[in-house]
Design a binder for this molecule. Sequence first.
Ligand SMILES: C[S@@+](CC[C@H](N)C(=O)[O-])C[C@H]1O[C@@H](n2cnc3c(N)ncnc32)[C@H](O)[C@@H]1O
Length: 238
Amino acid sequence: MEPEAIANDAYDALAEGYAARIDTKAHNAFYERPATLSLLGSVAGKRVLDAGCGVGKYTELLLEAGATVVAIDANARMLALARRRLGSKPVELIQANLERKLDFLADSSFDVVLCALVLDYVFDWHQAFSEFSRVLKPGGEVVFSVTHPFVDYVEHHHRNNYFAVERVEYVWNGFGAPVTVPSYRRSISAMLTPLLANGFRLETILEPRPQEAFWAADPDEYEKLMYQPGFVCFKGRR
Ligand SMILES: C[S@@+](CC[C@H](N)C(=O)[O-])C[C@H]1O[C@@H](n2cnc3c(N)ncnc32)[C@H](O)[C@@H]1O
């Protein structure tokens, strides 16, 4: 196991560009976020853990929708930008690594865990889902989105062993200056086994298509994503 957050240096470099673009960047605003939010349903009155909150875009939406939120992230700069976004809104922002135990969170204390576009950087999904299961109330739900394993294997990192969990790198150009971002590529079963082995049942798999508004921002990418996946979203229940 690699206990450190592998993408921490990359997120230091990405942080300001991410904060500046996350509201409107087509892949997030018109593709991943609406898909992930559609799996969450109403969060009014619920206690939600935003696991890997980044600059706090989801945190902000959750608060606006009436949730109580605890938001955690491994990266101090991303958390500082989340605080800037959220101002004095009542939310706990805590630096924490999903590769480790989340001892500061009580058992059965959340209704929902949201983990959007974070688990790509986490090696030990058994650790993460074990903690998600522990902190969720019985019947609680986990919603998570990741890079689709098909596109990760076939397009981004064409290697010779689909079944391996492997550390890879990809150059991001969409958040300002190019940044090389490390992540872990894995198979579908390597994604779902840790979920199922930690007491969750799988409720939904969503392979989204981009919204119409994506087309105006980037017609070529829109056409591609209509025929080839980019992200995949899952919902599990304890
Ligand atoms: C692509 S951003 C997603 C942020 C946010 N969920 C969103 O969708 O806007 C990935 C975030 O995961 C965080 N992250 C990466 N590895 C992590 C880890 N091991 N533990 C906690 N957070 C991690 C990064 O610091 C970064 O803020």
